[in-house]
Design a protein around this ligand. Structure first.
Ligand SMILES: [Zn+2]
Length: 131
């Protein structure tokens, strides 16, 4: 079995709030426990249709990380950030992974347009980004 590779045409995904460009699959969520000044943020294994901003060091709850802002390639709005370098071994799992800020994206379900409530369960880590 197993899911279809990059099945962005069906199933649940997150899209840009402004232009509905596909950004990430619900199946690729690693953690839902991140936060920023814009509210909830989820960590994803991969994201598509995004461009990266300048790398910058940013102090977060779990330490100093090197991150790059993520922009929607279609409309240019900022949708989250990518972790480039994590501060220590415990945080390494975030390197090369993508954060999408929930207020910037839409949880889009092609199979059920009613959507659904997300479980709040997840890992115990959390980052409070400075924006
Ligand atoms: Zn967009």
């Amino acid at each position: 079995m197993g899911r279809l590779h990059l099945s962005y045409l069906d199933g649940r995904m997150y899209t840009c709030k402004y232009c509905y460009t596909h950004l990430a699959l619900v199946d690729d969520i690693i953690s839902k426990t991140f936060h920023c000044n814009n509210g909830k943020a989820y960590l994803f294994n991969k994201a598509v249709n995004v461009s990266l901003g300048e790398k910058a060091e940013r102090m977060m709850t779990t330490g100093l990380h090197t991150v790059a802002d993520l922009f929607c390639i279609a409309c240019g709005s900022i949708v989250g950030w990518k972790y480039e370098v994590a501060p220590d071994r415990i945080q390494k799992y975030k390197e090369g992974k993508y954060i999408l800020v929930m207020r910037k994206v839409v949880d889009f379900d092609r199979t059920n347009f009613g959507g659904g409530n997300e479980s709040q369960a997840g890992a115990s880590d959390a980052d409070d980004a400075g924006y």
